[in-house]
Design a protein around this ligand. Sequence first.
Ligand code: S3P
Length: 179
Amino acid sequence: MSNHKIPLKGKSIVFIGFMGVGKTTIGELVANKLNRDFIDTDVEIEKEYQMPITQIFTTLGEEHFRKKEKDFITKLCQEPFLVISLGGGAFLQEEIRNICIDNFIVIYLHLPWDSWKNRIPLIIESRPVLQGKSLGEIEEIFNKRQEVYSKHHFKIECENLSAEEISAEILESLKNIKG
Ligand code: S3P
């Protein structure tokens, strides 16, 4: 499955991390700066089904959505020079983790819980995984997810940084890649 023919510098870049950390905003900025196409897996899946993720969850179910995420990322793994924002739950699947690590440059965007929790009201309406949960339950999901994100090539600490500053830091890290 791994595409070792693509030189490291040409590999597509994938952003991972918890919902609402800024994968899309930062991914778009990085894509612009690198002059690459940007793909948001959630947006692509929404386009295909012509419904928002919340509706996909309620009508087709989470399992269906997760399978679609896997099919989608599997198809993309041969494509070089992209910047991809991956839905925050995709890394729950070991197969997706392996595909990403083997084929892409995986960048993990991290925020500590105390900063992230302030974003809940801004994102909850479009995030079915958070809906109907207490703050404690959301914190539990947040903590469990940190383990699945531990497979990555770069981790970027996003607290107190603007999207511009974060993308500049990412470009610096990418400059140091050899190959
Ligand atoms: C999910 C994250 C969402 C979206 C879906 C499920 C998750 O993407 O894929 O609502 O389980 O973490 P974002 O990480 O872009 O919010």
